[in-house]
Design a protein around this ligand. Structure first.
Ligand SMILES: [Zn+2]
Ligand SMILES: [Zn+2]
Length: 106
């Protein structure tokens, strides 16, 4: 899992978002979208989730990592290409992100 340094929280895990969610966070509004934990925390808006076909590999997020890493049916390739096409990818401190979305548990 990725670690980042936050001015407020110190050394913490980070969440990676698409540019649209990043904008919501920068405006200090609670982000809306879908959260996935695949190789780290990912949070994308509904439009990116649908356009990039996240539903085709979202099941990886539901598996224990030791099992997911052995998956060999193309889902990792789909993940890689969707991740690469995610526009304006930005990382945020996970604690700051949680401060903005109190009802979520990424
Ligand atoms: Zn988006
Ligand atoms: Zn922070």
């Amino acid at each position: 899992m990725g670690i980042t340094i936050c001015a407020k929280h110190g050394r913490v895990p980070f969440v990676e978002t698409c540019g649209h969610v990043a904008q919501q966070i920068e405006q200090r509004t609670a982000p809306t979208g879908r959260q996935l934990t695949i190789l780290g925390h990912l949070f994308v808006c509904d439009a990116c989730f649908e356009q990039l076909g996240f539903d085709r590999f979202a099941s990886l997020a539901e598996m224990p990592f030791e099992d997911a890493i052995d998956v060999d049916d193309g889902r990792w390739q789909l993940y890689d290409s969707a991740y690469d096409r995610l526009e304006g990818r930005t990382t945020f401190c996970l604690d700051c992100f949680r401060d903005l979305s109190p009802n979520r548990d990424p």
